[in-house]
Design a protein around this ligand. Structure first.
Ligand SMILES: Nc1nc2c(ncn2[C@@H]2O[C@H](COP(=O)(O)OP(=O)(O)OP(=O)(O)O)[C@@H](O)[C@H]2O)c(=O)[nH]1
Ligand SMILES: [Mg+2]
Length: 845
C-alpha cells in the first residue's frame, strides 16, 4: 500500500514484492552520518547570546567611535589568550533580562523562562558587542554589506519563482523562466531534470548576487547576497535543515490564499531551532481570494510570532498593482512586463489610505511591544520617524522578537525589489549573529567565532555534492579567510588537506575564486570529508556542532534489474549516501537484499528515479516498510560462557554483567566495569564490538536496537582458547539472551502530523485520527480554519492522504515529520513478531 503524500505529483516506479537476485559485493560502506548531538547548552547559549547581543549592539555603535583606534586582530588574539572576555548568556545581564521579560509573549516567553531556569552557560571569546566595537572600518564595510539568506516555506508557495526574480532583478540572469513554464527551460535554481519535469525543488541550490540598494537620499549602496533556495516538501527536509544551520537570515514565503500551511509550521520550527531571523513574504497576491492580513494573523497565532505588515496591497487578485510602504507612506507600483520599473508616489489611492493608516498604527504597536525606544515614543503619543521605526524593526527582527511582513506576486513580477531592500535593512550581517564553536581542549566550552578575515580560519562543511570534477563541498566560513592552495585541518579526523580549488556556486554553474572571506559561503573541490565536518587552519582546537539529522523512517528493498548494472548501482548508492545524510543503504544479511531508507516514499522514489536517469540502472523495488526499533524495559543480569572444543585451539569466553534501558530512546551504551583484569583490555574492546553488532539486529525482529545499555563487570579468560572473536560472540549471545528476558518491546516511529482544514471538517478529521489511535497534541481554531497537531504512528498513516481528501472535500492538507520512537501497540507487536517468525521458518525450509 503506498504511503500517502501531501498531494504531490507522483513518480512512477515499478514495484515488486519479490526478492531480487542476491548480490554479494557490497559497496564501500560509509559510516552513518555522525551528527554530534547538538549539545543543548549550545542552543541556549546562541539563543541568549542573540538576545543579549542585539541589546548590546545598540550601545556598541556609540562606543565604537571611541574604540576605533584599537588595532583589531591583535586585540582579539589577546582576548582569546586571556579569555577574559567572557559573555554570560545563561543568566543574562540585568538589562537584557528585563528587556526580554517585557518583550516576549506566548511561546517566546516560554522559551525565555526555560532559558532562565537553565544553568548559566559561559561563552569564551568576545561578545557580539565587543565584536562590533573592535571591528576595523574595512571589516565593517565588508560585513555590513553581506547577507547570507535562505528562502524556505511550504511546498509550492513560490520560493523558486521568487528566487528567479531575485536573480533577474540583481542582473544575475538575463531572462525569467518559470517553474513548469511553457518555454520548457525551467527556473534557474531547479537545475535537475527531475525538478524541472515535476515542478518541485528536490535539492537546495546556492547562488550569489549583488543588489544595488537606493538609500533615502538617492545614493546607491551595493550589497552582496549569498542565497539558498530550499525545497518545500517534508521528505527533503534535511536540505532546509542544513541551509538554515549556516544562514544568517531567511525569507519565509507564504501563499496569500492559504496563509500558514502545514509545512510552514515545520519550517518555522526549523528556523526557531537555528535562531534564524526572518522576513515574511506573502506571495501570490494575484490569486483569487488573496488576503495578506489573514496570513499576518496566522503568523501571529499559529506560529506565535510577533508579526505585522510593513506594506499594504494596492488592488488585489487580478487588479493587484503594487504596495504601500507603511514606513515612508509611499505607494509603489511595479510597471513594465517584468516589473522592472518602480514608480513611487506620495499619492496613496483613497480607498487604500485608511487601511494603510490603520496598519501603520498596528505596526507601531507591534514594534513598541518589543522595543524600548518605540515603546517610550508610543507612551508619549509621539509617532516614530521613519528612521527610528526602521532601526527598531531591524533590532527586533535580528533579536527574533518580530517579523516584518511584506507582500507581492512573484509570478506577476510585483513586489520583489522591496523584499531585497528589506533583506539589507532588516536581516543581520554575519557580525550580528552569534556563532559558536566548541573548544575541544576545554571540555567543549562554547567559544564565539569572530567573522574577521585576519583571524585563524574556521569553517563548516554543510553540504556535499558529487560532480564531474569530484566531490564538491559547500563551506560556510565563520572566521578567517579560506584561500586556494591553503592547508586546512578536519577537526573530526584530524587530517590535513590542501584546498585545490574554491568556487562560488550559481545553481549548477560555478565561478572560480582565489579566496573567500569570513562570513561567506563557497564550495571547494577535492576535499574528502563528511557533511557536518569542521575545518580549521590547524591552530584552533575548535569544532562546530552539526545540523540536526532526522532518522529515516521508511525503507524498501531495491535490486538492479540487470546483473551487469551492479557497478553503477553501487556507485549511485555511494554517492547518494554521501550527499544526503537522511538516505541510508544497507544489505540485509539474511535476505542479501539492498535496503534503502529515507524520510518518506517520495524521497526514496526520487533516488530510484535518479538512478535510472543518471546512472541508467533500472531497479525493482519492494513495498515500503516502516523502520521499527527494539528496546528493553527491565534490568536483567547475565553470566554467559561461550565454550567450544573441537580439537585443536577451542573458543572460550565468559562475560558477566547486566543490560538495562538507558532512559532515553536515542542511542545505545556500552560500558565495561571490569576490575582485577578478569578480561583483558583487547577482549573488552571485542565485547564492545559484539555489543554494537548485536544492536544492529535486535533479537525480536532483527531491527535496530535503541535505548539499551550493556555493562560488563566480570568474566573469565582461558590461557589459550580465548580470542577476540570468542569474546565478541559471547557478548552477542549474552546480549540476545538477556534482551529477551528484559521486557523487550517493539518501537514504532511516531510522526508529528500537522493538519490544516476549514473549521467545518474538524469533527471528520478528529474521527479519522481517533481511528488511528493518534494523540492530539494541540488544536488551534481560527476564524475560518483550524490547525491540529498530533503524534501518529507512521504505520497508521498509509493511505491517509486520500481519506483526508475525502473527509474534507479536498480542502484539508497535512504534513508529517519524524517525532520520536514509542512502543507499538501490543497487538501490532504480536503481529510483527508472528510475521517475522513465519518468514524465518519459511527460510529454514
Ligand atoms: N498565481 C501565482 N502563482 C505563483 C506565484 N508564484 C509562484 N506561483 C506558481 O506556484 C507554483 C509553485 O512555484 P515554485 O516557485 O516552484 O514553488 P516552490 O515554493 O519553489 O515549490 P517547492 O520548491 O517544490 O516547494 C508554480 O506553478 C508557480 O508558477 C504567484 O505569485 N502567483
Ligand atoms: Mg522550489
Amino acid at each position: 500500500m503506498p504511503l500517502a503524500l501531501t498531494g504531490i505529483s507522483r513518480l512512477s516506479i515499478k514495484k515488486s514484492s519479490g526478492r531480487g537476485h542476491r548480490r554479494r559485493d557490497s559497496y564501500r560502506s560509509f559510516p552513518p552520518f555522525q551528527s554530534p548531538p547538538f549539545p543543548p547548552h549550545i542552543f541556549d547559549a546562541m539563543r541568549a547570546a542573540r538576545a543579549a547581543g542585539t541589546a548590546a549592539a545598540a550601545g556598541a555603535a556609540a562606543r565604537q567611535r571611541m574604540a576605533q583606534s584599537a588595532p583589531t586582530a591583535g586585540r582579539f588574539r589577546c582576548l582569546f589568550a586571556r579569555e577574559s572576555a567572557t559573555v554570560r548568556v545563561g543568566g543574562l545581564r540585568a538589562g537584557a533580562v528585563e528587556m526580554q521579560r517585557r518583550a516576549f509573549s506566548g511561546s517566546r516567553g516560554l522559551r525565555n523562562e526555560e532559558a532562565a531556569a537553565k544553568p548559566e552557560v559561559v561563552v569564551l571569546g568576545p561578545s557580539l558587542e565587543q565584536i562590533q566595537i573592535d571591528m576595523s572600518p574595512s571589516e565593517k564595510g565588508r560585513l555590513s554589506k553581506l547577507r547570507n539568506i535562505g528562502i524556505a516555506a511550504h511546498i509550492d508557495s513560490g520560493k523558486t519563482t521568487c528566487t528567479e526574480r531575485v536573480l533577474f532583478y540583481t542582473g544575475r540572469i538575463n531572462a525569467i523562466h518559470e517553474v513548469r513554464g511553457k518555454d520548457a527551460v525551467g527556473a534557474k535554481m531547479d537545475s535537475m531534470d527531475l525538478e524541472r519535469e515535476k515542478g518541485i525543488t528536490i535539492q537546495s541550490a546556492a547562488t550569489f548576487c549583488d543588489w544595488k540598494k537606493k538609500n533615502v537620499d538617492g545614493v546607491e549602496e551595493m550589497f552582496h547576497f549569498n542565497l539558498i533556495d530550499t525545497p518545500g516538501h517534508i521528505d527533503f527536509t534535511i536540505e532546509v535543515e542544513r541551509a538554515l544551520r549556516v544562514l544568517d537570515g531567511a525569507v519565509m514565503v507564504l501563499c496569500a490564499v492559504s496563509g500558514v500551511q502545514s509545512q510552514t509550521i515545520t519550517v518555522d520550527r526549523q528556523m526557531k531551532r537555528y535562531n534564524v531571523p526572518r522576513i515574511s513574504f506573502v506571495n501570490k497576491m494575484d490569486r483569487m481570494g488573496a488576503n495578506p492580513f489573514k496570513a499576518v494573523d496566522q503568523i501571529n497565532h499559529k506560529l506565535k510570532l510577533n508579526a505585522a505588515a510593513i506594506q499594504v496591497p494596492i488592488g488585489g487578485e487580478d487588479s493587484f498593482k503594487g504596495v504601500v510602504d507603511l514606513l515612508r507612506m509611499k505607494a509603489i507600483y511595479f510597471e513594465g512586463e517584468q516589473g522592472t520599473t518602480l514608480r513611487e508616489t506620495d499619492e496613496i489611492p483613497p480607498d487604500v489610505l485608511p487601511i494603510a493608516q490603520e496598519r501603520k498604527r498596528m505596526l507601531i504597536e507591534a514594534v513598541a511591544d518589543v522595543d524600548d525606544e518605540i515603546a517610550e515614543l508610543f507612551l508619549d503619543e509621539k509617532e516614530p520617524t521613519t528612521a527610528q521605526l526602521k532601526a527598531a524593526i531591524r533590532r527586533t527582527t535580528i533579536a527574533l522578537k518580530f517579523t516584518p511582513v511584506m507582500m507581492g506576486s512573484a509570478l506577476a513580477n510585483k513586489g520583489l525589489q522591496p523584499v531585497l531592500d528589506a533583506v539589507c535593512d532588516y536581516l543581520p550581517d554575519p557580525s550580528e549573529v552569534p556563532n559558536l564553536a566548541l573548544d575541544q581542549r576545554k571540555a567543549e566550552a562554547p567559544v564565539a567565532l569572530v567573522p574577521y578575515n585576519t583571524l585563524p580560519f574556521v569553517g563548516l562543511a554543510f553540504k556535499l555534492e558529487e560532480s564531474n570534477f569530484g566531490q564538491l563541498t559547500y563551506i560556510r566560513v565563520y572566521q578567517g579567510t579560506l584561500k586556494k592552495a591553503m592547508n586546512v585541518f578536519n577537526a573530526r579526523t584530524d587530517k590535513k588537506v590542501k584546498i585545490p580549488r574554491i568556487v562560488r556556486m550559481h545553481s549548477n554553474e560555478m565561478e572560480e575564486v582565489p579566496e573567500v572571506g569570513a562570513g561567506e559561503i563557497c564550495a571547494v573541490f577535492g576535499v574528502d570529508c563528511a557533511s557536518g565536518d569542521t575545518f580549521t587552519d590547524g591552530t584552533l582546537p575548535y569544532s562546530m556542532s552539526s545540523m540536526f539529522v532526522p532518522e529515516p523512517v521508511i525503507s524498501l528493498s531495491i535490486t538492479p534489474k540487470n546483473k551487469t548494472d551492479t557497478n553503477n548501482f553501487s556507485k549511485a548508492m555511494n554517492r547518494f549516501q554521501r550527499e544526503d545524510p537522511t538516505f541510508r543503504v544497507h544489505v540485509d544479511s539474511d535476505s542479501h537484499e539492498n535496503i534503502i531508507s529515507g524520510m518518506g516514499e517520495l524521497h526514496l522514489e526520487v533516488y530510484v528515479e535518479r538512478m535510472r536517469r543518471e546512472y541508467r540502472v533500472d531497479c525493482v523495488t519492494g513495498q515500503p516498510r516502516v523502520a521499527y526499533r527494539e528496546t528493553v524495559t527491565k534490568h536483567v543480569e547475565f553470566d554467559h560462557t561461550h565454550k567450544k572444543q573441537t580439537g585443536g585451539a577451542g573458543d572460550y569466553a565468559r562475560v558477566v554483567g547486566y543490560i538495562e534501558p538507558t532512559g532515553s530512546l536515542t542511542s545505545n551504551k556500552f560500558e565495561q566495569q571490569v576490575t582485577g583484569g578478569s578480561i583483558d583490555e583487547k577482549f573488552l574492546f571485542a565485547c564492545d564490538k559484539g555489543f554494537q553488532a548485536a544492536c544492529e539486529k535486535g533479537p525480536m525482529l532483527q531491527q535496530k536496537v535503541l535505548g539499551t545499555s550493556m555493562v560488563i563487570n566480570d568474566g573469565a579468560t582461558h590461557m589459550t582458547d580465548s580470542s577476540e572473536m570468542a569474546f565478541k560472540v559471547a557478548t552477542q549471545q549474552a546480549f540476545r539472551k538477556a534482551f529477551l528476558q528484559a521486557g523487550p518491546v517493539v518501537l514504532e516511529p511516531l510522526m508529528k502530523t500537522t493538519i490544516t482544514s476549514p473549521n467545518e471538517f474538524q469533527g471528520n478529521i478528529v474521527g479519522l485520527l481517533n481511528k488511528r489511535n493518534a494523540v492530539i497534541l494541540d488544536t488551534e481554531i481560527g476564524p475560518e480554519d483550524f490547525t491540529l497537531t498530533a503524534d501518529c504512528s507512521l504505520n497508521a498513516m498509509f493511505g491517509f492522504s486520500s481519506q483526508l481528501r475525502a473527509a474534507t472535500q479536498g480542502k484539508g492538507e497535512f504534513g508529517m515529520e519524524f517525532s520520536h520512537y514509542a512502543p507499538a501497540p501490543m497487538q501490532i507487536q504480536k503481529e510483527l513478531i508472528a510475521k517475522h517468525e513465519k518468514m524465518l521458518a519459511e527460510k529454514r525450509k
